[in-house]
Design a protein around this ligand. Structure first.
Ligand SMILES: Cc1cc2nc3c(=O)[nH]c(=O)nc-3n(C[C@H](O)[C@H](O)[C@H](O)COP(=O)(O)OP(=O)(O)OC[C@H]3O[C@@H](n4cnc5c(N)ncnc54)[C@H](O)[C@@H]3O)c2cc1C
Length: 460
């Protein structure tokens, strides 16, 4: 294998999932040179995703992806229906139950994963990011304890090296970089096997546009209305007994439909639908899921975001929210460090504290959900992705003012858009640095070009 130096960038990102493409756009928008590498050929993937309001109207609006997402004809849900624990009755949480969402933002959207990835990558490209697919990162470079770049192998089989000021590991839940870079330990609190597939036909429920989360003996289902007659159905099986290794495809297909019959709430929701057993929607897919968190999300010269850093079991919109919010927090730290130079410890600790706090908040609320000890408003905020109160995650008033929002979009009881605060308040449990008014960096003290020139960062 030939080895040669390729080039030098400010930031190199491993992985073009929601975390990697969001972070790269936010750093490139501040004028830095960003390269994203992904081992897969894009577009790819068979899954579906829900986007929380914080993703659709917050982060994606910030990067410029929202308009493209809207043009792609997403399905929308005003809320999530639950059938959980020993309570025999179903109940629903509407996003409009959170006062923090602006008018028109109180809904989740659903999209097939391949389209989501492509839109986020296209957005990052429009913001100046260079993206290369079919490039597998195989090594992390370091010097005197600081990460200085990586090496990767492209489809031509040539190994190349990139040097960078910061390396971002956004390589997902089975991140290979964790072992390569020797990052800190990982705390796994819960795990299971997710299986998912597609059903076609009308949904037999009084709230057919809601997502459904329903517990049963062996785990829980989440059902995603992808269109009037298309539903994505996933199940997390915590005992793993239902997923025999090496089972034939037809057994797996039968198993998902059979599992649905074990959960009356899902059987009722899908009454009128049947499992699609052929074509692109016909495969029965599996994924190991876990609630995990790295001990630390950064080390000198390197940050970890998205599922590589922390994750929770699938709930509508939450995985992508955690990935993109972590990307925003990390981008603020990288943008600040690249601007100010010098000791970057404080800004990366800020990222680390806030990101751990967000993961903890969601994991705790999930525990509370299991115990039925959570109020509807907190759950609406959790599902909307706005528990941290970071204004970038809320829909900006100027954005909604430009749109003609149909009546059915906003629903009953819609509120006027809240004014956007002038500075991003830290959430209550993470006192620390504030974000700049434009949301791209942390407000701190310039340490460059000389200590004499100390002044607050420019605003806007
Ligand atoms: C079955 C299932 C359904 C889900 N549904 C939802 C949902 O409806 N809504 C929701 O919000 N969340 C959902 N999630 C969670 C969500 O998919 C993840 O949280 C989200 O994709 C994390 O994004 P990421 O960018 O961190 O990682 P990923 O999306 O996993 O992206 C990582 C990228 O890194 C690349 N990569 C890995 N190794 C290398 C390497 N060595 N070199 C180069 N590239 C590499 C991979 O190819 C990949 O593109 C679901 C999860 C599961 C298991």
């Amino acid at each position: 294998m030939k080895r040669r130096i390729d080039h030098d960038v400010d930031v190199v990102v491993v992985g073009a999932g929601p975390a990697g493409s969001t972070l790269s756009a936010l750093v490139s928008m501040q004028g830095h040179r960003v390269l994203v590498l992904d081992k897969d050929l894009f577009p790819r993937g068979q899954t579906f995703e829900s986007l929380a309001p914080s993703t659709m109207y917050g982060i994606c609006r910030f990067t410029g992806a929202t308009a493209q997402l809207e043009r792609s004809g997403l399905a929308a849900s005003p809320g999530t229906s639950f059938r959980w624990g020993g309570d025999p009755d179903s109940w629903a949480v509407d996003y409009a139950g959170s006062d923090r969402l602006a008018t028109g933002a109180a809904q989740a959207h659903h999209i097939e994963r391949a389209r989501l990835d492509q839109i986020l990558v296209d957005t990052a490209r429009r913001q100046g990011v260079e993206f290369r697919d079919e490039c597998e990162v195989v090594d992390v470079l370091s010097e005197d304890g600081r990460t200085t770049g990586l090496s990767y192998v492209a489809s031509d089989g040539v190994e190349r090296r990139i040097t960078s000021q910061y390396l971002v590991d956004a390589s997902g839940s089975v991140s290979p970089l964790r072992t390569i870079a020797g990052a800190g330990g990982r705390d796994v609190q819960d795990r299971g096997t997710a299986r998912y597939g597609y059903f076609s036909g009308r949904r037999g429920t009084d709230r057919p546009d809601n997502t459904l989360v329903a517990a049963f003996d062996r785990g829980w289902f989440w059902c995603t209305p992808l269109g009037p007659t298309l539903t994505g159905v996933g199940v997390v099986i915590r005992d793993r007994a239902g997923v025999a290794a090496g089972a034939r495809d037809e057994d797996l297909t039968r198993d998902l439909a059979a599992l649905v019959q074990q959960c009356p709430a899902v059987a009722e929701y899908l009454n009128g639908s049947s499992r699609i057993g052929f074509g692109p929607h016909g495969r029965d897919l599996r994924w190991q899921v876990s609630c995990h968190s790295q001990e630390s999300f950064w080390r000198p010269g390197m940050v970890v975001v998205g599922d590589a850093a922390c994750a929770v079991p699938p709930l509508p919109g939450i995985g992508v929210h955690l990935a993109t919010y972590g990307a925003l927090l990390a981008a603020r730290s990288i943008n600040t460090a690249l601007l100010t130079g010098g000791d970057d410890t404080a800004v990366f600790e800020e990222f680390d504290n806030r990101y751990h706090a967000e993961h903890r908040r969601i994991a705790q609320l999930l525990d509370a959900l299991r115990d039925h000890a959570v109020d509807r408003e907190s759950l609406a905020e959790l599902l909307a992705g706005v528990s941290s109160r970071d204004p970038v995650l809320l829909q900006a008033p100027d954005y909604i003012a430009r749109r003609d929002v149909p009546r059915w979009f906003t629903g009953e009881g819609s509120r006027p858009a809240p004014a956007l605060p002038t500075a991003v308040e830290p959430p209550p449990d993470t006192p620390g640095l504030r974000a700049t008014d434009d949301g791209f960096r942390w407000r701190t003290i310039l340490s460059r070009p000389s200590p004499a020139a100390v002044s607050p960062l420019p605003i806007g």
